[in-house]
Write a protein that binds this ligand. Structure first.
Ligand code: PMT
Length: 391
């Protein structure tokens, strides 16, 4: 499965280091060339001889150990297709997040420009430490993949989150990264997600049932296919690509239009409110003896339609949420909005659409329906949408 690929495994000084012996065997069974590097502290938990025998390669520990015309950390970084750091201790994570290169492993990490998977393992209190979480977030923001530790009984006697994740999870993540075609490499894609929030007063708002799942699935998929993703969302998300949190339709429009000129594609999966409250109250609206009160709503800009009017080279994709006459309404909508593609989904069904992990959609162009995608999880739907748009 992985013949021709070199997997570089970095082991740091934690008790879970012993598990990595089995991970090396998994990669060897998949025909990968496995190179192992350890921090000096890792050698308290595993032996060089074991790792050398399992990987059938020299194990690197100290910098400047093997004289070569090329600095050793650069040779390792050039040779490997992927780097896995497991277990990643608090100490090494903090060094990596701050660019500290004080041993062979951290120096290679800094010089490594291909995918990196980090699998932390530590005591649960260390995991919950805010400084560690900030360092992890920093690594995530720079595009590194973090496989979170699992909950369970820890070697230190504590119960909580900190156990190295399953080895299969690390193996699968590496295989996925090594076999993923980068069909969207070089494309700048803006994707919107979630329902906009239109304030009534400081306490209440108008919104809808969009969870953001469809937009996030599209963003994750685009990112894994190599795109440069900018997710503009009303729901929080911690991702290895750019995430911009917005609230209202007006904020969403501003965020999109700021980067629109440079984008190759915009996908509007967000459910944008058509109307907002004309004059949101600065103070909480008090209950009175009146049986009825009136809120005056004004029209929000149609973001999608406006993008289609000002576009130069961008591919513009809208979503269409309908509760009846799905295809008929979608055909009308794509012509009205002027977008290149419209993804029509039926939001009257409970098993797809709003908040569900699943969807079933029809892809339309201005000429009509081009493809119906059968019910599947939103990640599968997202992948099929990109296949339709970019081949
Ligand atoms: O977030 P989930 O829970 O995963 O649910 C996914 C979803 C059902 C929200 C998603 O798949 C979807 O259908 N999103 C579009 C919802 C919507 O607003 O549909 P619409 O038919 O009202 O609008 C059509 C298109 O115009 C949409 O791309 C919308 O983003 C855009 N629009 C709408 C109004 C407006 N003022 N400006 C816009 O740009």
């Amino acid at each position: 499965m992985l013949s021709g690929k070199t997997v570089l495994i970095g082991i740091t000084g934690g008790i879970a280091a012993y598990k990595i012996c089995e991970l090396i065997r998994m990669f060897k069974r998949a025909n990968a060339n496995v190179r192992v590097i350890c921090t000096p502290n890792a050698m308290n938990f595993v032996t060089k001889l074991t790792l050398q025998n399992l990987s059938q390669n020299e194990v690197g520990i100290e910098e400047f150990e093997i004289p070569d015309f090329k600095p050793e950390h650069i040779s390792y970084a050039d040779e490997a297709d992927i780097m896995i750091i497991a277990p990643a201790t608090t100490n090494t994570i903090s060094k990596m997040a701050n660019g500290i290169c004080d041993n062979l492993l951290t120096s290679i990490f800094c010089a490594f420009s291909k995918p990196v998977i980090i699998a932390p393992a530590m005591n649960c209190n260390m995991w919950n430490n805010k400084i560690i979480q900030e360092n992890l977030q920093k690594l995530l923001n720079h595009g590194y993949t973090i496989l979170e530790p699992e909950n369970g009984f820890l070697a230190c006697g504590y119960q909580g989150q900190g156990r190295l994740c399953a080895l299969e999870k690390i193996f699968d993540a590496a295989v996925q990264k090594l076999s993923q075609p980068q069909t969207l490499k070089g494309k700048k894609i803006i994707i919107t997600a979630g329902g906009t929030i239109e304030d009534i007063d400081p306490v209440r708002y108008i919104s809808n049932y969009s969870s953001g799942k469809m937009g996030i699935a599209l963003s994750d998929t685009a990112y894994s296919l190599g795109a440069d993703v900018h997710l503009i969302t009303t729901v929080s998300a911690q991702k290895p690509y750019v995430v911009e949190k917005v609230k209202s339709a007006l904020e969403m429009q501003k965020a999109i239009e700021k980067d629109f000129a440079d984008a190759d594609c915009v996908i509007m999966a967000a459910a944008v409110a058509d109307y907002r409250v004309k004059q949101p109250s600065e103070q909480k609206i008090k209950k009175t003896s009146d049986e009825e009160i009136t809120l005056t709503l004004v029209k929000n800009p149609d973001i999608l339609k406006h993008l289609c009017e000002i576009k130069t080279h961008q591919t513009i994709v809208g979503f269409c949420a309908e509760s009846e006459n799905l295809i008929e309404n979608a055909k009308e909508k794509i012509l009205k909005k002027g977008c290149d593609y419209l993804i029509a989904n039926d939001i009257s069904r409970k098993d797809i659409g709003f908040s569900s992990d699943y969807n079933e959609v029809s892809i339309l162009t201005p000429n009509g329906v081009v493809k119906k995608l059968e019910r599947a999880d939103k990640y599968t739907i997202a992948r099929q949408i990109f296949e339709e748009i970019y081949g």
